[in-house]
Design a protein around this ligand. Structure first.
Ligand code: FES
Length: 111
């Protein structure tokens, strides 16, 4: 029996159309974004050591791994943290999840 796929829908605030991508178990929201050419900063390389991969989880957040104290600390330092804020590198998915994620505006140095 095949396991139902996990999908992640990425939404943007800058007018880009939303994109939905299939994710494999063990991939993080950050992995799926980067694999699909979605710009999402990740200054620490995805080890819960910064707050640049901050996203908002609009749906499916209850299925994600619980937020750690460390992740919470970094979210506090992110821009406009909200109740549904997460660090994308810490949102590792399993099978059969349907996530909807908003990617906040990305500020790239030099832009
Ligand atoms: S990339 Fe640094 S915390 Fe996610």
């Amino acid at each position: 029996m095949s396991v139902p796929a996990t999908t992640i829908t990425f939404q943007f605030n800058d007018g880009q159309p939303a994109q939905t991508h299939v994710a494999a178990s063990g991939e993080s929201v950050l992995d799926v974004a980067l694999n699909n050419g979605i710009q999402l900063q990740h200054n620490c390389g995805g080890v819960c050591g910064c707050s640049t991969c901050h996203v908002y989880i609009n749906a499916g957040g209850d299925d994600l791994p619980e937020i750690s104290d460390k992740e919470e600390d970094f979210i506090d330092r992110a821009e406009n943290p909200r109740i549904n804020s997460r660090l994308a590198c810490q949102c590792v998915v399993e099978a059969d999840m349907q996530l909807v994620v908003t990617v906040p505006p990305q500020h790239f140095l030099g832009h």
